[in-house]
Design a protein around this ligand. Structure first.
Ligand code: ADP
Ligand code: MG
Length: 206
């Protein structure tokens, strides 16, 4: 991944979040407080504005800036969780960003989300991120290029999102609903799937 690709990825996330804002909010209205689409759009439009004005020297610096901006612009739980993940990913990518290094960086991003103390199966964004990372790592280990690794990750993230539907939430606002959280996909897993799909599409367009 180079700086242009990292910038294009973040722009593609912003576009996808804008396009799917109402859907994300609808998912959050079923089991949360109906702001996930608004939160994600606010965050990624702030990121677009922040990146417009600067020319970061490295992929890492660009992604750290993305994370810092998300943390400062998103009020909900997703802000620090995504912001912390982008910061952790960026910190692993100075100065280079091979597909293997990106796999390690994505793992650091998932680790950073431990701050939310969610485990797989708790019905959170972790349930999309964990299988996406596993698929990405497997492709990277097999010597696949970024486009192939990101495609496998995006497919796995979408499967992970679907798998949250029958889960009962144990973290975040949805957990307040207890068994009533069952039967709806987790909004954060849906936005995580958008983030990996944006990476796959950006890398494929190269
Ligand atoms: P809020 O819940 O504060 O309204 P959002 O609606 O933007 O924030 O984000 C909700 C999403 O955040 C959930 O769908 C879930 O995926 C994720 N989430 C919430 N709490 C946690 C947590 N402790 N760990 C991981 N992810 C979490
Ligand atoms: Mg919410």
């Amino acid at each position: 991944m180079d700086i242009d690709l990292a910038r294009a990825w973040v722009q593609a996330i912003a576009a996808a979040v804008g396009q799917h804002k109402d859907h994300l909010t609808q998912l959050d209205s079923a089991i949360g407080d109906a702001d996930h689409g608004v939160n994600m759009q606010r965050g990624f439009s702030a990121v677009t504005t922040a990146l417009d004005g600067i020319e970061p020297d490295t992929v890492g610096a660009l992604l750290v800036k993305t994370g810092t901006t998300l943390i400062s612009s998103v009020g909900g739980a997703s802000g620090p969780l995504y912001g912390g993940a982008f910061r952790a990913i960026g910190k692993m990518l100075d100065p280079t960003a091979t597909t293997q290094q990106l796999a390690a960086a994505l793992a650091a991003g998932l680790d950073s989300q431990n701050l939310g103390a969610a485990a797989p199966g708790d019905k959170t964004m972790i349930d999309a991120y964990t299988p996406a990372l596993a698929a990405f790592q497997q492709q990277a280990d097999a010597g696949s290029d970024l486009a192939a690794a990101a495609l496998a990750a995006a497919d796995a993230a979408e499967d992970g999102m679907c798998a949250t539907t029958p889960m009962q939430a144990r973290k975040g606002r949805a957990s307040y609903l207890g068994a009533r959280s069952i039967g709806h996909p987790d909004p954060g897993s849906a936005s995580t799937a958008l983030i990996f799909r944006a990476l796959a599409e950006t890398a494929a367009a190269r």
